[in-house]
Every structure is written in C-alpha cells, then in structure tokens.
Design a protein around this ligand. Structure first.
Ligand SMILES: *Cc1c(COP(=O)(O)O)cnc(C)c1O
Length: 466
C-alpha cells in the first residue's frame, strides 16, 4: 500500500516510512491511496478469531509491502499480550440495545494503549538492523504521555523526551510517566502550560539545530499507524453482535477525531455501520462543524474529561480530504485558510457525504448524571469520557434491533475524584499499576523557554547523530 498526503504535495511512501515520519512534509496527513474493501463473506469469515489474529487480517492490506502477514501477527500478539483482559477489548451489555466496549485494559488504563503498544513494536521492527534511530518528542496533558512512554521504554534505537506542564497534571498521571526509569525515557516538567509545551514541540520539528543532528519523530494521533490499530475493535465488536449481517452503531467520546475516524474507515472497508455518534464535551467544535457546518476555533474550557478538551481536531483533515473527493490541492487550500483565519464553513453539500456521522454535545451536568445513573441502574462505574459517549448514545433514536456500542476510553480509576463525586464510589487502582505510589520517580524541571528545553534535549539525547 502506498500513502499520499491530504495536501497533495508530498511523495507517496510505504507503510514503514509513513509510520516513522508521522506528519507529511507538505504539512498534510498521510492516508492510504485508496480504502481497501472486504466482501461480506470475507468479513463473516473473521468471526470468532482471537483479537490479535483479527488485527493481523484487518491490517494486512494497509501494511502490504512493509510487513508479511506472519510478521504482522507476531507484532500484534506481542502488543496485545500486554493487556490484562484476554479479550483485549471486551464488550459488556447494559440493556437490550446499549453495549460498552472496554478499551482500557492496557498498561496505562486508557484506550491510547491499543494503538501505542503496537506502534512501539512497529518502531522497533522498522529500525532494527538499520543505521537509523529516532528521538520521539512529545507534549502531554495526561493520557498520551504515559501510553507513549510505556510503549517505547527499553526498546532499541528509539528514545523519548516527554514534556508535561509542571504541577498541572494529576499525581497518577505524572507517576505513570516518571516512575518508568528505562534509560531511553526522559520526562521534562516545564514551567508553563500544556499549550507552551506543545508549541515548543512544533518548533523543534522546523528547527534544523535540533531536527538535523537528531531525527525527530512524533507519536500523536496524526500518526497513521495509530489510526490503523483502532479500526480493529470496530470489526471485533460488530462481529460479536451479528455483523456483517446486522448493522451496528457506535458512540465515540471524541477529541482529536482519531478514534471515530477509525470507525469511518471500518465503514469504508465494508463493515455495515448505521451511525457513528461523535460525542463531544462543551469544547464542541466538531459538534458545530458536523451539525451546522461551522468549523471555527473557540476557547478551550477545562472539563472533567480533559482528553477531549481540544478545539482543533487534527484528524478532521482526513475526513475533509474524502469529502473533497480526495483532492489534495483543494484540501490543502482549505486547511491553509483555516490555519490563518481560525474558521471554515462546510456547505450542506459537502456534509451530505458525511451523513454516517451524528454529533452530540454533552455538558458537565449531563456527564455527571450519566455516571451516577449507570452506577444506579447497571451497577457499573464508568469514567467521565465514557459517560459523555454513553449519554450521547442514549439520546439516539435508532430501531430497536440495531445495537449501540459506546466506546469506554478510560478506566474510571484514572479519574478517581470526579468519579467519586458523581457516584459515591472511589474506584481502586487496578493491581497492574497498584504500587505506583511506592515507586521512585525521575524527571527534570526546566524553565518554560524554548532554548532551555531544546538544549537539554540536544545535550541528553543518546541516539546516533546523523
Ligand atoms: C484521547 C482520548 C479521547 C479522544 O480520542 P480522539 O481520538 O482524540 O478523538 C477520549 N477519551 C480518552 C480517555 C482519551 O485519552
């Protein structure tokens, strides 16, 4: 499979190169040059496969030319072997129509593990035996940092520098990163906000003083390999609920539009999906875009679902590219306009091709009430992100024979205080991270200026300088 840029101005690359590159050189995002498609019979034949085997089948067309099916299977078995549930992403039934797909059984308790555990293995595979080594730099406001660090700790030819805003993330979140003492992991707490950290990372990619001696790489959700890994659980859930003969709907707590876009890809590949609910919190740019055509940046309001406190959803560009008939120059022009003006209008014509999506905006009260009701009615504790998805799912008016699956994106123990306020129950930390508060921490605190941080990374990088 070859990959092209959504802005139409980068050479096509294979899967291995796209995984290592992250962003396309013209500023666009990589997408497969066409969507592979499975027939109904091919999908039906996947029923009953264990998760890793299903994953290798779904990924086969995307990795063709870079990995054999046996290699893909081996990597998937290694990645998903680190999950604490043998179903990897188990389905739980709430009532006749509503289901929950638990995506939080990975090592760091959020759904980001499903993609990043695989990406860690892919990096190692594609770098092994070559002269290349990578320095991953990233900024995190919580979940991405711990999942990325866990995925690459101790791996060959790759190291990671992760920035977080000093004193502005929870103790659990910080310790999940700083207690990983592998020599290829460096945590940096900067005196500043998450946005400051994010801006520094962006600047490093265009700074030849650092992205010259070091080959920088990113692991945020613009990386195609992350999206690819997320397609699998849509098939996994649908196959257990009567697919491909029966249609199915999903509700997805959404921030950067990566997870729900993977559902869209599953539909392009032939999985009969009736509806994809894009559930946002009060940071509702996607709700406005999909329901009214108003894609304009507003203020970011901090909420109890911080992983969705986003105003610009990077992966939305991938959908736009499809809506524009996969025309890179039109998409590129639109995105340039958006980057300058902070807004764009999506005509109803354009939105007609996105009719698989329905958007819902859920406020903090509705979120808390949903956590409470789920505890009362189903004796189940869910996290705030999941509650936003479930609330949106319960608002949908679907025929009763169509199963509605809400993606549970984080373990409730990751957000213990807010869960306790809403339900009266304090979820215990699962044993797999149970001694988090006894382990030694290691991180450096740096001033929030670009020079200090980039110099620190240059001075401390272990990887081969080109
Ligand atoms: C990252 C994240 C999301 C949002 O997913 P996107 O792919 O960015 O839309 C939702 N919930 C949790 C817990 C997350 O960590």
């Amino acid at each position: 499979m070859e990959y092209i840029s959504t802005r139409g101005n980068s050479p096509a690359l294979n899967f291995a190169d796209v995984t290592l590159a992250g962003l396309a050189p013209d500023g666009g995002l990589f997408v497969p040059e066409h969507w592979p498609r499975f027939s109904s019979d091919e999908i039906a034949a996947m029923r009953g496969l264990p998760y890793a085997q299903l994953a290798a089948k779904i990924m086969a067309p995307f990795v063709a030319g870079s990995l054999s099916e046996a290699e893909t299977l081996e990597l998937c078995e290694a990645a998903y072997g680190s999950f604490s549930h043998k179903g990897v992403t188990p389905l739980v039934q709430l009532d006749q129509q509503q289901w929950i797909l638990e995506l939080f059984h990975g090592p760091t308790l959020a759904f980001k593990d499903v993609a990043l555990q695989l990406v860690g293995h892919l990096f190692e595979k594609f770098l092994s035996g070559s002269e290349k080594s990578l320095t991953i730099v990233g900024a995190t406001s919580g979940d991405t940092g711990s999942a990325a660090i866990d995925a690459v700790a101790g791996r060959e030819n790759v190291e990671i520098f992760m920035l977080h805003p000093h004193g502005r993330i929870s103790d659990v979140q910080r310790r999940q990163m700083t207690t990983i003492l592998a020599p290829n992991v460096r945590n940096i707490a900067i005196e500043g906000s998450f946005d400051d950290a994010q801006a520094m990372i962006k600047r490093m990619f265009s700074d030849s003083e650092i992205n010259g001696p070091l080959q920088l790489s990113a692991v945020n959700s613009i990386n195609w390999a992350r999206l690819m890994a997320q397609i699998v659980y849509y098939f996994y859930a649908a196959l257990q609920l009567g697919g491909p003969e029966k249609k199915i709907a999903f509700s997805v707590p959404t921030g950067n539009f990566g997870d729900v876009f993977a559902g869209y890809v599953a539909a392009q590949m032939g999985l009969p999906i009736e509806r994809l609910v894009v559930a946002t919190n009060v940071n509702d740019i996607l709700f406005r875009a999909l329901s009214k055509g108003d894609y304009s940046v507003g203020n970011v309001y901090p909420t109890a679902s911080p992983s969705m406190d986003i105003q610009v959803s990077s992966n939305f560009e991938r959908l736009l590219f499809d809506l524009e008939g996969r025309d890179g120059s039109t998409t590129g022009a639109r995105m340039k306009w958006f980057e300058q003006m902070g807004k764009m209008v999506l005509s109803s014509d354009l939105r007609r091709n996105a009719s698989i999506f329905t958007a819902a905006r859920v406020d903090e009260d509705e979120m808390a009430r949903t956590m409470n009701m789920t505890h009362q009615n189903y004796d189940m504790i869910i996290d705030p992100h999941t509650a936003i998805g479930l609330h949106a799912a319960q608002q949908q008016d679907l025929p009763s024979d169509i199963a509605m699956v809400t993606l549970a994106t984080a373990h409730p123990a990751k957000f213990r205080d807010i869960v306790e306020q809403a339900t009266g129950q304090r979820p215990a930390l699962p044993s797999r991270i149970g001694n988090l508060f006894e382990r030694e921490e290691r991180y450096d605190v740096l001033p929030g200026d670009y020079e200090s941080v980039s110099q620190f990374i240059l001075n401390n990088a272990r990887n081969g300088r080109k």
